[in-house]
Write a protein that binds this ligand. Structure first.
Ligand SMILES: *[C@@H]1O[C@H](CO)[C@@H](O)[C@H](O)[C@H]1NC(C)=O
Ligand SMILES: *[C@@H]1O[C@H](CO)[C@@H](O)[C@H](O)[C@H]1NC(C)=O
Ligand SMILES: *[C@@H]1O[C@H](CO)[C@@H](O)[C@H](O)[C@H]1NC(C)=O
Length: 406
């Protein structure tokens, strides 16, 4: 109980800080921007396009508009091979697939000749625009979770790529929330199964029934934290370049002490512990790109999946559920409606995508062409995008699947 209270208090302090500092936000911004400039690595300061260029590929940039009016930026490293779409996870951004440079997934696929498309979901800096909602003043802009990211963003992104390439279907890769978005889309709009040749799910997220501390301690008090954010009017969480995220940048990019704090204190316990794969020096790159932003509702939806032990649509409460879904409880996603080929890859030390939960998912999908728990004992949630040993443990499997099915 003490731990829970401590966590709650920490959250209160952090959010309080974010609010009270709002009036000083600009001043903070420039101070922190200057300090982090000195502490970040070169790749921590380059954006997606610049990183692509540095590692040998040109990146084309497109804007697409979803059916519900969100405007998303999509990047393409053109190649003569088959198209592959990469979709990032929660509080993440397309950069995740390129910040490892030469050995990153985007660059490795491009080097192998694939036509690489790297998407963004609503909320991050490449998805913070809407045809008539203002993310700074309209709360409605932040009314989304992985459901809308799948139902609208992923659908629009796949359609855009099919249209641009003249293909009927494409291969896709999702990481973490990016996989949940895939399951939401293909179970609620089954016609999209036809547009997917194969989906590779890295750190698949559907069931969250087996979370353990410290993550489960936070998810247990999720409703209280959410209520707090709500009462403070915070619908956007960890906004890019606002005070809170800049403080994290400042603390987390300062050498060994921050490695102890952000690595051992926050990142590793939360996502799984593997210091050999995400080394201290790499934090100076990571925190130039993170945290991206997300919505309060995104966190609440995952929290509901955990607390209710079901992979279901958003729970609006009995009365609103009745109006929206025609039932007092939100409907489960119908995993049997997913007919696209699925490859699931899990990690033994992944504290979010627990092997037991991934097995549960596998057993409910009808077209799993590959299931694998990667060999390293310490392989964790973020290793799927950031590990130094990606080329050894992950890529052989991925490239085999893409060669056979893309
Ligand atoms: C940050 O750096 C810019 C350019 O180097 C400078 O103009 C500005 O005064 C600096 N801001 C602070 C708060 O030091
Ligand atoms: C990347 O940075 C360059 C140089 O500042 C800028 O011209 C370009 O618009 C940026 N691209 C993106 C996608 O942010
Ligand atoms: C959020 O969107 C859903 C539809 O997706 C709607 O039913 C709900 O009322 C909206 N909530 C708010 C607070 O606007």
């Amino acid at each position: 109980m003490m731990t829970r209270q401590l966590l709650l208090v920490t959250c209160i302090i952090f959010s309080y800080y974010d609010i009270t500092s709002a009036s000083y936000a600009d001043e903070f911004d420039s101070i922190f921007a200057n300090i982090s400039d000195a502490t970040l690595s070169e790749d921590g300061k380059l954006n997606f396009t610049q990183l692509a260029t540095k590692y040998g590929h040109s990146a084309d940039q497109y804007d697409l508009t979803t059916e519900d009016g969100y405007i998303l930026t999509l990047f393409n490293l053109p190649g003569n091979g088959p198209p592959v779409l990469l979709l990032h996870g929660l509080d993440d951004i397309c950069d995740t697939f390129i910040i490892r440079g030469k050995i990153s997934l985007a660059i490795t696929l491009a080097d192998a000749g694939y036509d690489v498309w790297v998407g963004n979901s609503r909320g991050n800096k490449y998805g913070r625009r809407h045809i008539n909602l203002d993310p700074d003043t309209d709360k409605e802009f932040w009314n989304f979770s992985f459901h809308e990211i799948g139902y609208y963003d992923l659908a629009a992104t796949i359609d855009f790529i099919c249209d641009k390439t003249g293909e009927d279907s494409i291969a896709t890769v999702g990481h973490s929330q990016g996989t949940a978005a895939h399951y939401a889309l293909t179970s609620t709009r089954p016609e999209y199964n036809e547009k997917i040749k194969v989906t590779i799910s890295l750190a698949p997220i559907a069931f969250l029934s087996n979370l353990a501390p410290p993550i489960s301690l936070i998810t247990d008090v999720g409703p209280a934290i959410s209520l707090l954010f709500k009462s403070l009017g915070m619908e956007e969480i960890l906004q890019d370049r606002k005070a809170l995220s800049n403080i994290i940048t400042l603390i987390c990019s300062k050498g060994l002490i921050s490695y102890a704090f952000c690595g051992y204190g926050v990142v590793f316990p939360a996502f799984g512990f593997d210091p050999s794969n995400i080394e201290s020096e790499f934090l100076r790159t990571i925190f130039g790109h993170y945290p991206a932003a997300t919505s309060r509702k995104s966190l609440v939806h995952f929290d509901q999946v955990y607390l209710r032990k079901r992979f279901s649509q958003y729970d609006y409460g009995t009365i609103k559920n009745l109006a929206k879904y025609g039932s007092t409880a939100p409907p489960d996603y119908d995993l049997s409606a997913i007919t696209a080929k699925m490859a699931l890859v899990a990690g033994k030390n992944d504290q979010l995508s627990k092997v037991k939960d991934v097995e549960n998912l596998r057993d409910r999908l009808s077209n799993v062409i590959h299931y694998e728990v990667l060999e390293p004992k310490l392989w964790s949630h973020l290793d799927f995008v950031w590990a130094k040993s990606l080329p050894i443990y992950l890529y052989p499997t991925m490239f085999k699947i893409l060669k056979e099915h893309a």
